[in-house]
Design a protein around this ligand. Sequence first.
Ligand SMILES: CC(C)(COP(=O)(O)OP(=O)(O)OC[C@H]1O[C@@H](n2cnc3c(N)ncnc32)[C@H](O)[C@@H]1OP(=O)(O)O)[C@@H](O)C(=O)NCCC(=O)NCCS
Length: 138
Amino acid sequence: MMTEDPGTDDTGRTDTPPAGAPAIRTIAMPADTNPAGDIFGGWLMSQMDLAAGNLAALTARGRAATIAVEGMKFLRPVKVGDEVSLHATLLGTGRSSMQIRVGAWRRSRDSHETEKVTEATFTFVALDEDGRARPIAP
Ligand SMILES: CC(C)(COP(=O)(O)OP(=O)(O)OC[C@H]1O[C@@H](n2cnc3c(N)ncnc32)[C@H](O)[C@@H]1OP(=O)(O)O)[C@@H](O)C(=O)NCCC(=O)NCCS
């Protein structure tokens, strides 16, 4: 789980999500919209952060925090009622840091068709009990 390719950049964009289970799957609700009725980009970013954080905690075997987000792209809108699946994959680790690629796909609740809606690379840092960077155990 969570080790498959979550989708690629402009050259490799795919509307077919990875075959494995997503890190997170959720439904976009009316409470997640702006006054115009569209889903907030911030809601989607928080879901991506949760998905990456799930994998980061597992990789770090404990507490971890987001330190950077790169290459955030909103490719298509998400609609109320859409099922949103977030796939995360570990690109690599440093001493305390982890680079995690996250992609999100939407599916209308009445259709099997999927569309890629966002992608970004998150960097998480493993933290000790005092909130300082700590080495990731091999
Ligand atoms: C995470 C935190 C403790 C790291 O502290 P720090 O003094 O920057 O720690 P370091 O300099 O030792 O860097 C830690 C790692 O982050 C990496 N890093 C630092 N800044 C980075 C950046 N802008 N982008 C990517 N990686 C970065 C370093 O390269 C290092 O990686 P490595 O250990 O694998 O070599 C500190 O930045 C922090 O508390 N940030 C807030 C985190 C947070 O609250 N996130 C949620 C936001 S609401």
